[in-house]
Design a protein. Structure first.
Length: 635
């Protein structure tokens, strides 16, 4: 019996039980039967949850790109690996076969080696959604360089922080990027970032927009002439299972972004397995995930998961609203997409528009639709299910995180009955528990608790780059022996999980995970600001929006508030990116603080939401009178 593909609900429960009782046997069989290895693992898994030390497929040797490309060439060489759909619908789409992709990746990998990149070196990739981002990622993995993709919407200072944290030797960028009607000056942002990045030796520049840019002598080179001259024969690096594959930064509730480190074999096995089962992938399907490769969703379900399964994956350069609100539906129709995977914020923004935008297209090719990034509210669920899925495509609400590498809780298409707003059941291998405030496991149904996982799975991130202590503290200390997700959840009577949202200071805005601390740091850098606190409040389209409470220094008190609001948002844009801008900024004379000086965010959250009913226990506040002032000034 093979464990790779679950065929029905009964088998799901069988596999699930097997994965809990005999995790080593379960994963060993999947690994051995579905991938090519230089050497297989005997021990399979070794872990110490107290120390946050986890190893999967111990001592095995493998190269993930050989598994994504080389092994498919004999059977699927002429099959399309990537369909590239450009920003402008009048430009033609590009169909890149497995043979083409293999050759482009090999050439690029040789270029990286010629430029002095070796196994273990970090390479920052700051590119728009064009084929070269896929080629660059895979080229790094082929030679064992650690890719660190930074979403091309981040500002120069945010890129610099990420480059410096992992001491990248190289940056791969482009002369610009197209997004809807805009052209983004990516190279200019990199030039500014690199003023403060001493580790970077080389910059490779892809030509995309033909914008006029500055090339720095001795540092910057155009990529295309180098790849044209390179050989397409590139021997892959033999990697240990636990060699880092990539770093991807995610916001935390405190301090600087966390460079989550994913390693090779476990990530490979888990993304391939989860892709196959959640989306019920079959050989001739055309899979489209609308995320950006700058996020984990793009890493796992535009690139690695689909390519490991020999699938055809769509990469879209543009935005859902350009040239009009039917762009997504038009692309599904054009490429006969079978699985469509997007975020609730995109659904909500398109659901606001006239129904004719979606009704124009029959969307008959679709088999499965998916959601990711935040809880999908009931209204959006039904709109998506009715108008996109035509009430016949299973809607898989997939819960996971940058840290988890792949989907952990989700319906499996055509297998698990779906229920609106419930992510439903954990995948095999995922031992979910809900914990109460006293750190006891919650056995009851319909009680919200902290969502934890009590056994490691292959795709879990292994550490935070350069800061294992922070990894341990953030994920393994709140509930000893368990991985704590930072999310709250409840369970219904049949065991389905519903994710209720973050229980820490991370706010999900339009599907982007934003920590309050870095935003507050950016606000506080404004010379007129003394202190600030940022909380989330519900928003129809974005899910949450940001509300800032700002105390001004005396020098700022007399300035024009409207201007200050603009300047503060500009500061945030410069430090983090436009995604982190505040919807509302209220100037206050103080913030509610406990005697130990901690801001009571719970109160600020309630005020931002406009819910003045019950602030809970405020007896520990040092300055209870401030609550009324803030309430009265609410925007
Ligand atoms: C956080 C992780 C990995 C996906 C992209 C976001 C929230 C994600 C769901 C869902 C409810 C969800 C959680 C999680 N989240 N998917 N289906 N239902 N909440 O990755 O940026 O690392 O954010 O996104 O709060 O912890 P991320």
């Amino acid at each position: 019996m093979s464990y790779y593909k679950i065929e029905n609900l009964e088998q799901y429960f069988k596999h699930y039980n097997k994965s809990v009782r005999e995790p080593r046997k379960f994963w060993s069989k999947i690994a051995s039967e579905n991938f090519t290895w230089y050497q297989e693992s005997e021990k399979i898994v070794e872990f110490d949850m107290a120390e946050a030390k986890i190893k999967w497929f111990v001592d095995a040797k493998v190269n993930i790109v050989k598994n994504c490309l080389d092994r498919h060439l004999s059977k699927r060489g002429e099959k399309t690996a990537i369909i590239f759909e450009p920003n402008n619908p009048n430009d033609s789409a590009e169909h890149i076969t497995y043979n083409d992709l293999y050759s482009r990746v090999s050439k690029m990998a040789n270029v990286l080696r010629e430029q002095g990149i070796k196994k273990g070196d970090r390479v920052c990739i700051y590119l728009p959604m064009i084929p070269e981002i896929a080629v660059s990622v895979l080229a790094c993995a082929r030679i064992g360089a650690i890719h660190s993709v930074v979403f091309a919407g981040f500002s120069a200072s945010a890129v610099a922080t990420r480059i410096n944290d992992s001491e990248c030797k190289m940056v791969i960028t482009s002369d610009g990027g197209f997004r809807g009607e805009k052209t983004i000056d990516l190279k200019g942002i990199i030039d500014e970032a690199l003023l403060n990045c001493p580790s970077v030796e080389n910059v490779l520049v892809v030509k995309r927009t033909n914008s006029s840019i500055k090339m720095k002598e001795g540092r910057d080179q155009w990529l295309q002439p180098l790849t044209e001259a390179a050989s397409d024969n590139c021997i892959a690096e033999i990697m240990d299972s636990e060699d880092p594959l990539f770093i991807l930064y995610t916001s935390g509730s405190t301090g600087k972004p966390k460079g989550m480190v994913h390693t090779t074999a476990g990530y490979m096995v888990y993304t391939a397995y989860s892709f196959k089962n959640v989306f019920n992938y079959e050989e001739n399907d055309v899979f489209w995930c609308t995320a950006d490769i700058g996020w984990i969703t793009g890493h796992s379900y535009i690139l690695y998961g689909p390519l490991l399964n020999g699938a055809t994956t769509v990469m879209f350069e543009g935005v859902p609203t350009y040239p009009d609100f039917s762009r997504f539906w038009e692309i599904i129709e054009k490429h006969k997409v079978t699985q469509f995977y997007t975020a609730p914020t995109a659904i909500r923004s398109l659901a606001k528009e006239n129904l004719s935008y979606v009704q124009k297209y029959p969307l008959k090719s679709l088999k499965v639709i998916g959601s990711v990034g935040e809880p999908i509210n009931e209204e959006a669920w039904h709109w998506y299910n009715d108008h996109v899925g035509g009430k016949r495509c299973p809607l898989v609400d997939t819960w996971w995180q940058t840290e988890t590498g792949g989907i952990l809780i989700s319906a499996l298409a055509f297998i698990t009955p779906t229920k609106p707003t419930y992510a439903s059941l954990p995948l095999p291998g995922i031992q979910v528990v809900l914990m109460d405030e006293k750190r006891n496991e919650i056995e009851d149904n319909q009680v919200t608790g902290s969502l934890c996982i009590k056994f490691p799975w292959p795709g879990i991130a292994r550490t935070i780059w350069g800061d294992h202590q922070r990894y341990k503290d953030t994920y393994f200390s709140a509930f000893p022996g368990k991985y704590f997700t930072g999310d709250g959840a409840l369970r219904d009577e049949v065991g389905y999980y519903r994710i209720t949202g973050r229980v820490d200071d991370v706010i999900i805005v339009s599907g982007h995970n934003l920590g309050t601390a870095p935003i507050e740091d950016a606000i506080n850098e404004h010379p007129a600001v003394a202190e600030s606190a940022v909380v989330g409040f519900p928003h129809d389209v974005k899910g949450n929006a940001l509300y800032g409470f700002v105390i001004l220094k005396e020098s700022g008190e007399y300035r024009d508030r409207a201007n200050l609001t603009k300047e503060i948002n500009q500061h945030i844009s410069d430090h983090i990116g436009p995604i982190a801008k505040l919807d509302k900024i209220q100037f206050v004379s103080g913030l509610p603080k406990t005697r130990s000086g901690k801001i009571m965010r719970r109160i600020l959250r309630k005020i931002a939401e406009g819910d003045f009913s019950n602030f809970g226990d405020t007896s520990t506040l040092l300055n209870p009178e401030i609550v009324d002032e803030i309430k009265e000034g609410r925007l």
